[in-house]
Design a protein around this ligand. Structure first.
Ligand SMILES: CCC[C@H](O)CC(=O)SCCNC(=O)CCNC(=O)[C@H](O)C(C)(C)COP(=O)([O-])OP(=O)([O-])OC[C@H]1O[C@@H](n2cnc3c(N)ncnc32)[C@H](O)[C@@H]1OP(=O)([O-])[O-]
Length: 695
C-alpha cells in the first residue's frame, strides 16, 4: 500500500507533498513478528520501500503518534521530515527479538543521530520518548496536539525546498575524533553483556559497517547479517518469549471471559518489618502511581523502613524525566508511613510482606480478616508457604491470594500469583491487574511448596551441590552455567542470597538441626540422597557475601568480588575422604545436563499436576525471575529445542547412576510426550487429560 500510494503521489502533478501516518493513533510497531516464522511473508522487503520513500521528489513527512518501532521507525527514517506527538515512543527493538533492523535502519540512524546514540538504541532496543528523540535530532518537531495537522503544516511549509540534505542515505556518518577507539570499546562492552546472545554483536557489526562503507554496501552487509540472525535458533527463542509473555497476560476465568477488576482507591502495604521486600514493593507501588500506606509494627522499624524507601524513590526519580515531581512521594496522599493498624479499615488491598514464618503470617491474616472492610483483597508475599494454610486463619479465604515478588522488588519484573483452594477468580483477576499496573509480568500458578519458580530451582541447586560432592568445584559449576547464559551461577547466586536462608528453611522442614532424628545418616534423608554441604558451611558461619565467605571468598563482609577459595577446595576433598566418595572428573556436559534437565523434569511434573497452565508460563517465570538467558527461550522451550527424546535419555542415564535421587527420575509426562513422537511444545498440554479449573 505504501509503495502504491507513493507511486500515485509521485505521478500526480496536483500532489505537492506526502504525509505518512498510522491508524488509530499509532504510527507502526514494525514488522509482524509472527511473519518471521513464515517464509511467505519474508518475500516482502521493506528496505526498498524505505528507499523509495526517500527518493520521492516530493517532500514526505512522517506523523508519529503512539509508537514508531522497528520497521515502523525505519519507514519514518526514509521520510524527509518527522513530526512526533509528545507522548510517542520510538525505537529499534529488533535486537530484543533476536534480529537487527533489517530495513536499512542500521545505516540511516547513525547518519541522523551519530554513531554513539545510534549504537545505543540499536544494540539495546530501548524505546525512547519523543522529548529525547527531539534532543537527539531523530525528530524535527514535537507537538502536544494534533500530530497529523502539524505534519501537514510542515509539509506545506517545505514544498519547494531542496530534498537532498534531507535524504539520510546521502549524508555522511558524523565523524568522531576517536571513532576507532570508540568502536573497539563499544564492541567489548556489547560482547561482555551479550553472554552468547548473537543479536547485539551483529547489530554492532551492522552499525560499524555504516562507519566504514558507502550506504549501498552497508545495506548489503545489514542484509547478510539479518539473514544470519533470522535463521539462528536464537531469534525463534526470543520471538517465542515475546508471545509467551503476552499469552501469560491473557488470563481468563473458567468461562473464558476476562473479569473486570476492582479499582483501588488506595493500597496498603502491611509489613511487620519494612524489610528489603517491603521496601521494594512500596517503591514499585509508588512508581505505578498507586497510593500506598506502609505499616510497621513499631516506630523504630518504621523510620528505618521509611529512610530506605526514600533512598530508593530518590534514585528511581533521578532515572525518570520529571522524576520527583511525577512520583510525588513526599505527598502524604500518595505515600504514608504509619504504625496505626486502624488505617486498615479503609484500604482495598493489603500486601503483607513480613518474613517467612507461618505462625506470624497466620496471626496477621487473622487480624486482617477482622479489621479490613469486607471487599478488601488480602495478598501475602511468600516464596514457598502454603496459601491455604494462611487463608485458613481468615473468615474470607476467597479473598486471600499469594503474590510472590522477586528481590529487589522494584527492579524484578516477575510476580508469581498463587491462588489457593478457595481464592475467587475475581481475586486472581485483581492481582493480575495489579501486576500490570505495576508494570510486572504476573503469572498465575497453583499452590504447592515453592510454587513454580523455586520448585524447579530446588533440583537444579541440589544437582549443583551433588556435583561438588562427586568431584567438581563451585567455580567450575558456575562457569558452565554462566557460559550457558545465566547471569550468575548457582553458587554465586547462593552466596548473594545468603546460605542461611535455605538453612533456616531446611531446619524448618526437619532436614537438619536439632529436630533431626538421632542416628540419621549424614547423606540420606527420608530414604533419599541429601547433601549436608550447605549446612556444614552455615555451621561455620559461611553465609555468603554478607559474611565475606561462602562458596567463595570475598574481599570483606558485604564484598561483591567472588574469588575461588582454597579453603573450600580442601574442605571438599576432606569431605569426600570422610564419606569415602571417590573424586572423579566431571565434564561440562554432565554439569549442564544434570542441572538443567533436573529443573526441566520438575517443570514437566508441574505441568502434569496442573500447577501451571502451559510451558509458556514456566518459561516466562524463568526469563523474568531467574535470569534464564532470553536467547534460549526459557527452560521448556530449550527442552523442545534439545529434543525431548534426548532429555529423556539423559535423565534415564543419570537416574540409573543415582537411583537415590528421585528428581532425576524422568517425569511420566515427559515420557508420554516422547512416546507420542516428541510432540511440539504448543501441543504438549493437549496430552494432559485434566487441567486446573482456575488456570
Ligand atoms: C525486514 C524487517 C524489518 C524490521 O527491521 C523488522 C521489525 O520491524 S521486527 C518488529 C519490531 N517491533 C517490535 O519488536 C515491537 C514489538 N511490540 C511491542 O513492543 C509492544 O507490543 C508495543 C509497544 C507495540 C505495544 O505494547 P502494549 O500496548 O503493551 O501491547 P502488547 O505488547 O500486549 O501488544 C498488543 C498486541 O499486539 C501484538 N503485537 C505487538 N507488536 C507486534 C508485532 N510487531 N508483530 C506482531 N504482533 C505484535 C501483541 O502480540 C499483542 O497481541 P495479542 O494477541 O493482543 O496478545
Amino acid at each position: 500500500a505504501l509503495e502504491d500510494g507513493l507511486k500515485k503521489a509521485d505521478a500526480d502533478p496536483s500532489v505537492k507533498a506526502v504525509m505518512i501516518c498510522g491508524e488509530n493513533g499509532k504510527f507502526s510497531a514494525g514488522a509482524d513478528i509472527r511473519g518471521f516464522s513464515s517464509p511467505k511473508t519474508l518475500g516482502v522487503a521493506l528496505g526498498p520501500i524505505v528507499s523509495l520513500i526517500e527518493s520521492s521528489e516530493k517532500p514526505v513527512v512522517a506523523a508519529i503518534e503512539g509508537v514508531a518501532l522497528g520497521g515502523g521507525l525505519e519507514v519514518a527514517l526514509g521520510c524527509h521530515y518527522r513530526v512526533a506527538h509528545a507522548k510517542a515512543r520510538m525505537g529499534l527493538p529488533e535486537v530484543t527479538i533476536g534480529l537487527l533492523p533489517g530495513a536499512e535502519g542500521t545505516q540511516r540512524l547513525p547518519r541522523l543521530i551519530g554513531v554513539p546514540a545510534a549504537l545505543d538504541m540499536i544494540t539495546t532496543g530501548k524505546h525512547i520518548p519523543a522529548t529525547e528523540a527531539l534532543k537527539l535530532g531523530l525528530v524535527d518537531e514535537i507537538v502536544e496536539e494534533n500530530t497529523i495537522e502539524a505534519a501537514i503544516r510542515l509539509a506545506n511549509k517545505v514544498i519547494g525546498q531542496p530534498l537532498g540534505p534531507r535524504r539520510l542515505s546521502l549524508k555522511p556518518v558524523p565523524k568522531l575524533p576517536n571513532m576507532e577507539a570508540f568502536l573497539q570499546e563499544a564492541q567489548v562492552k556489547v560482547k561482555r553483556q551479550a553472554r552468547g546472545f548473537l543479536a547485539p554483536e551483529l547489530c554492532f557489526q551492522a552499525v560499524q559497517a555504516a562507519t566504514q562503507r558507502p550506504f549501498a554496501e552497508g545495506v548489503r552487509r545489514e542484509r547478510e547479517l539479518f539473514q544470519v540472525l533470522l535463521s539462528s535458533g536464537q531469534a525463534q527463542a526470543l520471538q517465542y518469549a515475546f508471545f509467551a509473555e503476552r499469552a501469560v497476560h491473557r488470563w481468563a476465568t473458567p468461562g473464558g471471559i476476562n473479569l473486570l477488576f476492582i479499582i483501588f482507591d488506595s493500597i496498603l502495604l502491611l509489613s511487620l518489618g519494612l524489610g528489603t521486600m517491603g521496601q521494594g514493593i512500596v517503591t514499585s507501588l509508588v512508581k505505578a502511581n498507586i497510593p500506598v500506606v506502609a505499616l510497621e509494627q513499631n516506630l523504630e522499624y518504621l523510620n528505618k523502613g521509611r529512610k530506605a524507601v526514600m533512598v530508593l524513590l530518590e534514585r528511581e526519580a533521578k532515572k525518570m524525566e520529571g522524576g520527583a515531581q511525577k512520583l510525588d512521594f513526599h505527598n502524604p496522599a500518595r505515600l504514608q508511613f504509619t504504625v496505626d493498624f486502624n488505617l486498615l479499615h479503609d484500604v482495598d488491598l493489603v500486601i503483607e510482606a513480613v518474613f517467612e514464618n507461618m505462625a506470624l503470617k497466620k496471626e496477621i491474616f487473622h487480624k486482617l480478616s477482622n479489621i479490613c472492610k469486607p471487599g478488601a483483597l488480602l495478598c501475602t508475599n511468600t516464596s514457598a508457604l502454603d496459601i491455604d494454610e494462611i487463608a485458613s486463619a481468615t473468615s474470607r479465604p476467597q479473598q486471600v491470594i499469594g503474590t510472590h515478588f522477586f528481590s529487589p522488588a522494584h527492579v524484578m519484573r516477575l510476580l508469581e500469583i498463587i491462588y489457593g483452594r478457595h481464592t475467587s477468580p475475581s481475586a486472581i483477576a485483581t492481582a493480575m491487574q495489579l501486576a500490570k499496573d505495576m508494570k510486572k509480568v504476573g503469572v498465575v500458578v497453583g499452590n504447592c511448596f515453592g510454587f513454580v519458580g523455586n520448585r524447579m530451582m530446588f533440583p537444579y541447586v541440589e544437582q549443583a551441590v551433588f556435583l561438588l560432592e562427586e568431584g567438581s568445584r563451585p567455580e567450575a559449576v558456575d562457569q558452565v552455567l554462566e557460559d550457558f547464559g545465566f547471569k550468575i551461577g548457582p553458587f554465586r547466586m547462593s552466596d548473594l542470597a545468603g546460605l542461611d536462608v535455605g538453612w533456616r528453611s531446611r531446619k524448618g522442614q526437619g532436614l537438619t538441626g536439632p529436630s533431626l532424628p538421632a542416628g540419621s545418616s549424614a547423606r540420606q534423608r527420608r530414604g533419599q540422597r541429601y547433601s549436608p554441604l550447605p549446612d556444614l558451611l552455615c555451621e561455620r558461619g559461611r553465609f555468603g557475601q554478607k559474611t565475606g565467605k561462602g562458596w567463595y571468598q570475598y574481599e570483606r563482609a558485604g564484598g561483591r568480588t567472588a574469588t575461588p577459595d582454597p579453603w573450600i577446595h580442601g574442605f571438599l576433598s576432606q569431605y569426600r575422604d570422610t564419606h569415602r566418595i571417590e573424586t572423579r572428573y566431571i565434564d561440562q556436559e554432565e554439569i549442564l545436563e544434570r542441572c538443567l534437565f533436573s529443573l526441566i523434569n520438575e517443570g514437566f511434573a508441574i505441568l502434569a499436576e496442573g500447577i501451571a497452565s502451559g510451558p509458556e508460563h514456566l518459561d516466562v517465570i524463568y526469563l523474568n525471575g531467574y535470569g534464564w538467558p532470553k536467547h534460549r527461550g526459557g527452560p521448556m522451550f530449550y527442552a523442545s529445542t534439545v529434543g525431548l527424546p534426548r532429555v529423556l535419555a539423559k535423565l534415564q542415564k543419570y537416574s540409573e547412576a543415582h537411583p537415590d535421587v528421585p528428581k532425576l527420575r524422568p517425569s511420566a509426562f515427559l515420557k508420554k510426550l516422547v512416546a507420542v513422537g516428541n510432540a511440539p511444545l504448543k501441543e504438549w498440554m493437549s496430552y494432559l487429560s485434566r487441567q486446573s479449573p482456575k488456570l
